[in-house]
Each structure stands twice: as C-alpha cells, then as structure tokens.
Design a protein around this ligand. Structure first.
Ligand SMILES: C=C1C[C@]23C[C@@]1(O)CC[C@H]2[C@@]12CCC[C@@](C)(C(=O)O1)[C@H]2[C@@H]3C(=O)O
Ligand SMILES: O=C(O)CCC(=O)C(=O)O
Ligand SMILES: [Fe+2]
Length: 354
C-alpha cells in the first residue's frame, strides 16, 4: 500500500517550522569530556496527529530519545508519587533495606545489578502489576494504601502515555496494525517495571577530570522508557557521533527513551539511545522515576514483517523477551548484548571443526 500524505503547502510549511522548533537549546549545559550543548527533540503531543506521528518517528530514528509536552498526565499524580518516593528515601537505611526483600526487585544502594556495577545512587525497583504493588507497599511505607494508590495511578497514567506514543510510532511508520507496539505493553502479563532512582548530594569533591558516575552508560533493554525527574539535572544521552548531551531536567514533562526491543522490532530503523546519569554534585537530592514498558516474557521479538524486505533483510533471529532479559541480566550494565541475537551472529557452540 502506498502511504497517502496530505499535500497542502500549509502542511509542509508547518512541518518545516515544527522541525526547526523541535530542537530546543539546553539552558544549563553540564559539560564533561566529550559533551556537546545540543538541544533535545521536544514533541508537543497536542499538535495534529499526522504531524506528531511523523516527528516521533524522526526523533526515534535520529536520537532514540525525546521529550514530550502536553502529555495529559495530571501534575497531581506526578507529585503524589514523587512525595512518596522522597518519603521512602528519607527513611533510615535499615528500614529501606527491608523493602521488597525477595528476588531482583526491591531496594538497592550503590550496587546496580549483580555483576559489580557501582553508582552514586540508591533505588527502588518494583514490578508494575497492581496486586504486587499493593503487596510490596506494606514493606515500603507506614501508610501502604497511600503508596500503593499513588504508584498504581502513576503506572496507569504513564502506561497510557507510553501506549499513546507507541500508537503514534505505528502510525508514523504506516503500519496496518495501529496497536502493533502498544498491545505488547498493555497486556496484563506485561513485564514492565517501575524504578525510583535517588541521587543524594555527593559529599566528597570529585578529583579533577574524574566525574563520578551516578548510573553508568547503558541502553534500556525494554520497548520504551518513560521518565521524569525533579529539578536536579544529571542525565546525559549519547549522540551517534559518541558525544554526550546533557538533558536539562523538566519536572512537569516526560522524557522518552527507545529501548533495545523496539530497536529490534523496527529492524534497526530506530536507535536505542545509550544514556547515563552523572553523580549529583548539587546541594539538593535528585530523584528520577522510570517506567520501563516491556512485553510479557513469552512474547517473540523479531523485526515486523512490514519493516523487512529484500533490500532490508531481517537483522535479527526471533527471540523471546524472556531470552533477551536473561541475556541482559547476565551481563554488566554497559555490555553490548543485541549482537547475540543478530541474524549474522554465530555462537561458539555453532562452530564445528570439520
Ligand atoms: C547490570 C545490570 C542492571 C540491569 C540488569 C543488568 O545486568 C543489565 C541491564 C540493567 C538494566 C538497565 C535498565 C533498567 C534495568 C532495571 C533493566 O531492565 O536493565 C537495569 C537492570 C537492573 O538495575 O537490575
Ligand atoms: O536516573 C536517571 O536519570 C537514569 C537512570 C536510568 O537510566 C535507568 O534507571 O535505567
Ligand atoms: Fe536507563
């Protein structure tokens, strides 16, 4: 099917001026080695759908990262969860260590994952399923109902936002199934995660040229990450040329990061942005809240047929989200992992000496 595009001049004029305005200047660039003061693509979700869907696709292709405004999530929902997060991190260490003790979820401090990655932060990692939020809230808050209702309302709102963005992506790619991506994260079995990262002010002064790491460089393995932070900066995004751009915080808006799974589903048309958080050298605490939208564990991830052709053959073998998650979690934070699933990858046990 040949896509039909509106042909009016005013449409093209509007699109051009939107593109010009899409990249906004960072007001307070945090400079480290190899950083650039480039703007962040910003998309106003209240604009005409046909325009926004095109711009979303462009931002996913060029950056794998963008900011959304007019996102429709009430500030009250955001502030309630932020207050609950700070209330938790302000508790004494032994109380925090009791939160969600089982498995890979729960409270962590300075250790990220299980393979020696360190960071200047503490965090709380939770499954987004409403029942497990209710259960775990007993170990997180003295007033568990306040925590669980704040978390569940926030999760519902950001899941809707993620799903809306994924529908725009499907439209911008002219897919026949408009819900091809969103249905993966709205499934009741979805493996999505909620994470609070708390970066207390650094007590020691970092050595010259040695910027301490808050959260090391990595890409997110899931489909899409929706996140925001309070007004303390720290996040940086890698550009294609290897330069890092600081992301000025915007507490009332959301940022979106393309994950590895979406990169595979689009047969590498999209980038999964590598990002990192610098340690917090300000006087105030930084807190980010990340929603990682993921499919059910048994979902097959492989490039969508519409994005595969003889000129663009599939770059990946099919694998399940569970397979990819297992591979990612068996590696260090910054390790490459997608190559393990590439169509051209030959694992050592496939090499037979004749
Ligand atoms: C070192 C690690 C932390 C991580 C699991 C991993 O082994 C590699 C991927 C990491 C990451 C990055 C994005 C968020 C996160 C929750 C995820 O799904 O993959 C973290 C994992 C974690 O913090 O446990
Ligand atoms: O806290 C941040 O700003 C970044 C954290 C992050 O990238 C993550 O939790 O995956
Ligand atoms: Fe991340």
């Amino acid at each position: 099917m040949i896509p039909r595009l509106p042909s009016s001049n005013s449409y093209h004029h509007r699109l051009k001026s939107l593109r010009r305005n899409m990249v906004v200047q960072s007001p307070v660039p945090v400079r480290t080695k190899k950083t650039k003061a480039v703007g962040i693509p910003t998309l106003d979700l209240s604009l005409d759908r046909s325009i926004v869907s095109k711009l979303v696709v462009e931002a996913c292709e060029d950056y794998g990262f963008f900011k959304v405004t007019n996102h429709g999530v009430p500030m009250e929902i955001i502030s309630r969860l932020e207050d609950e997060g700070f209330r938790f991190f302000n508790k004494p260490a032994p109380d925090k260590q009791q939160a969600v003790p089982a498995g890979s979820f729960g409270y962590g401090s300075k250790n990220i994952g299980l393979h020696g990655d360190k960071g200047e932060l503490e965090y709380l990692l939770l499954p987004t399923n409403p029942c497990s939020i209710v259960q775990t809230s007993n170990t997180i808050s003295q007033e568990p109902k306040n925590f669980s209702s704040a978390a569940n309302e926030y999760i519902k709102a950001v899941r809707e936002l993620a799903s809306e963005i994924l529908d725009l992506v499907a439209e911008g790619l002219w897919l026949q199934d408009k819900y091809a991506f969103s249905k993966l994260i709205t499934d009741v079995e979805s493996d999505s995660i909620l994470r609070f990262n708390h970066y207390p002010p650094l007590s020691s002064t970092p050595c010259k040229d040695d910027v301490e790491v808050g959260f090391g460089e990595h890409s997110d393995p899931q489909i899409l990450t929706i996140f925001r932070s309070n007004d303390v900066g720290g996040l940086q995004i890698a550009l294609r040329d290897g330069f890092w751009i600081p992301v000025p915080p915007d507490p009332t808006q959301f940022f979106v990061i393309v994950g590895d799974a979406l990169r595979v589903l689009t047969n590498e048309r999209f980038r999964s942005a590598r990002h990192r958080a610098m340690a917090n050298s300000t006087e105030n605490s930084r807190m980010s809240i990340m929603y990682f939208g993921a499919p059910p564990l048994n979902t097959t991830i492989s490039p969508l047929p519409q994005l595969v052709s003889s000129e663009n053959p599939s770059l990946y073998k099919p694998f399940t989200w569970g397979d990819y998650k297992k591979a990612a979690y068996s590696l260090r934070l910054g390790d490459p992992r997608l190559h393990l699933f590439q169509a051209s990858f030959i694992s050592t046990n496939q090499i037979h000496i004749m």
